[in-house]
Design a protein. Structure first.
Length: 132
């Protein structure tokens, strides 16, 4: 599908002075908004923007400050940091005891990836000052 956008000449000139490739900037803006609103998956975003790797998608999202991080994820991390004491070891910082040799053989917990949360969230409702 091809989409055409009619712009007044003065606006087009102003936008082109900011973005050298106005058609690409428009496509990226559409893609970002579609990804933010979950109308596109990361794989679809990759295809739409013709990226070769997922790392390019991740870099693109980071450049545009789009993070797959929900308020729940943020709150869990905040709670973990509040439990950690200064100078603690990395395992203690995550609120877990140091693993025994048997625990090293256990598979990692499933469903803990934050890469693409199942529910969108916002960070406005998270109290970021309670353990400062």
């Amino acid at each position: 599908m091809q989409i055409t956008i009619e712009l007044p000449e003065d606006i087009a000139v102003g936008l082109e002075s900011k973005w050298n490739d106005l058609p690409r900037a428009a496509l990226e803006s559409l893609a970002l908004e579609a990804y933010r609103s979950r109308a596109l998956t990361a794989a679809q975003l990759r295809r739409l923007l013709v990226f070769e790797t997922r790392m390019q998608v991740d870099a693109f999202l980071k450049e545009h400050e789009v993070y797959d991080f929900t308020a729940v994820d943020f709150e869990q991390d905040r709670e973990t940091l509040c439990q950690a004491s200064p100078g603690s070891t990395p395992t203690a910082a995550y609120g877990k005891p140091a693993p025994s040799s048997k625990a090293d053989d256990d598979p990692p917990e499933l469903g803990k990836s934050r890469h693409r949360p199942s529910q969108p969230g916002t960070l406005e409702d998270v109290d970021t000052t309670s353990c400062l």
